[in-house]
Design a protein around this ligand. Structure first.
Ligand code: NAD
Ligand code: ZN
Length: 367
């Protein structure tokens, strides 16, 4: 018998509190510098924007930070998903190093989900992790990507393949930033909002249906309520399952087919709008399989119609969409995993949904 190995145990059990606040108020953007001066998340601030948000909000925020005596430097990347890359990530790391940022400093992500995911990943990796705050400026980022701490960049053939869980220290949402957002981007974010109601909250469904004109007209009170409710729904799911071991998967409602449509359309249609088609397809298959009662199915259709989402028939081949869906990373081995609606506000995760029924349901959204 060999002598027992000498064992040195490295004891690292720890309790972590990554809790943070999401602040939502029209006009908040002008108050962020003052709040940061008080919160002191960092000594200096690396403000990351894309070319659009730099122009719209970034320079102004930089001036606010500087005038409050907070050392800050702006780092711009080109707008567009192509910037959520390893190359841009490496470029930002080098720029932060040249500018002598340290672990005592803080990253600010100012922009849509692309800037949030990229900047959060930079913050999580630079010198093994800096604090960061999010200032989401698209609806999709305000209700979805800025909540939950998933940050990533894309690698060739792999969207979000290289990433971390790195929670922000605070999220600042100013709904008035949405007034410059192109209509199709607004609709894309609204699809994720509708998704939150459809998976988890019947009374939010009622609010969205009653207030569709106010929401589409960006009435500040309606939009603030919608953003806060959406964030609360996502936050509750994330609190229960931060690392996506189970429940968090319900946030993928509409995404199994949505991602395949996004792919089939070569990303010409914004993400949320593809998800809206995906939700219509799964709801119809669920109805046809007697999993979703007819009145709930009709209510589901009514809400998407009220927002003009996924109303135009697409010119795509259903078999190709199913093949693409089977290639999706969220799709088990050969059975597709679907988030299946059982009523408005209630879903379940299933891997036994009949693929033929889903293919038939696709006929409903195709030309
Ligand atoms: N981390 C997560 O949990 C999560 C969840 C969902 C999506 N995402 C990611 O989010 C990204 C998509 O986010 P997105 O839709 O916000 O895209 P985006 O960040 O590319 O923004 C879309 C466009 O809107 C512009 N823009 C931003 N704010 C604006 C404003 N106020 N007015 C006018 N134009 C503005 C941007 O410059 C860009 O051209 C994807 O990379 C996706 O993978 C992440
Ligand atoms: Zn989505």
């Amino acid at each position: 018998m060999p002598a027992p190995a000498r064992t040195v145990r490295v004891s690292l059990t720890r309790t972590v509190d990554d809790s943070y606040d999401i602040l939502i108020r029209p006009g908040l953007l002008a108050e962020i510098a003052a709040d940061l001066a008080e919160a002191r998340f960092g000594q200096a601030y690396a403000l990351i924007c894309d070319s659009t948000t730099e122009e719209l909000f970034g320079r102004r925020l930089l001036a606010d930070l500087t005038s409050r005596g907070l050392p800050a430097q702006l780092f711009g990347v080109p707008a567009g998903e192509a910037s959520k890359s390893i190359e841009t990530f490496a470029g930002l790391l080098a720029s932060l190093k040249t500018a002598r940022f340290t672990r005592k400093d803080c990253v600010i992500a100012l922009g849509g989900g692309m800037v949030g995911d990229l900047s959060g990943f930079v913050a999580g990796c630079y010198m093994r992790g800096l604090p960061f705050v999010q200032i989401p400026t698209t609806l999709l980022a305000q209700v979805d990507s800025s909540v939950g701490g998933k940050v990533a960049v894309n690698v060739k053939d792999g969207k979000n393949y290289c990433g971390l869980f790195h929670q922000p220290r605070r999220v600042y949402i100013d709904p008035t930033t949405l007034s410059s957002l192109p209509r199709d981007q607004l609709l894309s974010g609204l699809a994720e909002v509708l998704k939150h109601a459809l998976i988890a909250d019947r009374s939010f469904y009622d609010f969205l249906l009653e207030n569709a004109p106010a929401v589409l007209g960006l009435a500040p009170e309606a939009v603030s309520h919608l953003v806060a409710t959406s964030c609360a729904i996502k936050a509750k799911v994330v609190e229960a399952d931060e690392r996506e071991a189970g429940l968090r998967m319900i946030l993928n409602y509409g995404h199994t087919i949505g991602h395949a449509i996004e792919d089939a359309m070569a990303y010409a249609l914004p993400h949320g709008q593809c998800v809206a088609y995906g939700m219509r397809v799964v709801a119809r298959a669920a109805r046809d399989l007697d999993l979703l009662p007819e009145p709930d199915y009709q209510a589901h259709e009514t809400l998407l119609d009220a927002y003009g989402l996924a109303t135009e028939p697409l010119r795509l081949d259903p078999d190709r969409i199913m093949t693409l869906a089977l290639g999706d990373k969220k799709a088990g081995r050969d059975r597709l995993v679907f988030v299946v609606p059982r009523a408005i506000g209630r879903v379940e995760i299933r891997d036994d949904l009949d693929h033929a029924a889903v293919t038939r349901a696709l006929g409903h959204i195709l030309a």
